[in-house]
Ligand binder design. Structure first.
Ligand code: PAF
Length: 272
């Protein structure tokens, strides 16, 4: 794969990269389209990374549909698919713990021990094999994005990390491969996450953080079968939880909840 990218660059063609775990949906296709707009060559990877799952059942049940994904990528005009075996990807992996700068101390970090170390390790490996100029990540995984940017700076990765807006269904549900595991009833219940985030977006900067927090938790009562893991408001850049708005003009509201068999996450940017 690295040779493919090197050849493209020798021909003066830059390479955009969309790393995925497959079970592709419109959100991934949007990332491919953004990569296409910026680069004459686009690679997508599909690899269900065992290092980032801290729940064996979630790993086993993660949807896998390589042939369907391949057809979708062709249709989307993606130039190359990198779908490595774990033995190849991790062949010369040295034991290494990344300094995540405390960015895993909140939100997904405590709920999923080891998750972000696993994400950083696999992204480093994928970059090593693909050698892209830029890589495109969705804002739905906001903490992942913040962390990867931090590591890219810290480790002097040459690849640029590009943030892309979350794609949503018409009822607001953030697109995710895990949505495929929801029953029609659970799929409806799951829209409460976005409804809760829009309550936060409406109230942000006009009401104290604590009041917004209470209003969001009240709104979530509308779906008692949805079990909240966390909701909170954070600094836009560091994702440190906020107690007050201070003089900032931007913040983020983050949410995670269990809906039927699936744990879903979402977030929204709050603007003054
Ligand atoms: O966001 C994802 O799909 C995954 O975390 C990633 C970046 C492909 C690493 O496995």
């Amino acid at each position: 794969m690295a040779e493919w990218s090197a050849r493209a660059r020798r021909e003066g063609l830059s390479v955009g990269f969309v790393p995925t775990m497959g079970a592709l949906h419109q959100g991934h296709l949007d990332l491919i389209a953004r990569a296409r707009q910026a680069h004459p060559r686009v690679v997508c990877s599909i690899f269900v990374n065992p290092l980032q799952f801290n729940n064996l059942e979630d790993l086993e049940r993660y949807p896998r549909q390589l042939e369907q994904d391949r057809a979708m990528l062709q249709e989307a005009g993606c130039d190359a698919l990198f779908a490595p075996q774990a033995e190849t990807l991790f062949a010369d992996l040295q034991p290494h713990t990344y300094d995540l700068g405390g960015l895993d101390g909140h939100w997904e970090g405590p709920s999923r021990p080891g998750h972000f170390q696993g994400v950083v390790k696999v992204v480093e490996r994928l970059f090593h094999f693909v050698r892209p100029d830029e890589a495109f990540f969705g804002e739905k995984d906001r903490q992942q994005l913040t962390l990867l940017r931090h590591i890219a700076r810290q480790e002097h990765w040459p690849e640029r990390i590009i943030a892309c807006p979350t794609m949503r269904a018409v009822d607001g549900l953030a697109l995710s491969s895990r949505n495929a595991r929801l029953s029609p009833g659970e799929r409806d219940q799951a829209t409460i996450l976005f409804k809760a985030l829009t309550v936060a977006a409406r109230m942000a900067f006009k009401h104290p953080v604590e009041e917004v927090d209470r209003a969001v938790k009240d709104a979530l009562q509308a779906e008692p079968t949805v079990t909240l893991d966390y909701f909170g408001i954070a600094d836009h850049d560091t994702l440190e939880p906020l107690k007050d708005w201070g003089d900032r003009d931007l913040a983020v509201a983050l949410i995670a909840a269990q809906v039927g068999p699936v744990r879903l996450i979402d977030n929204i940017t709050l603007v003054r």
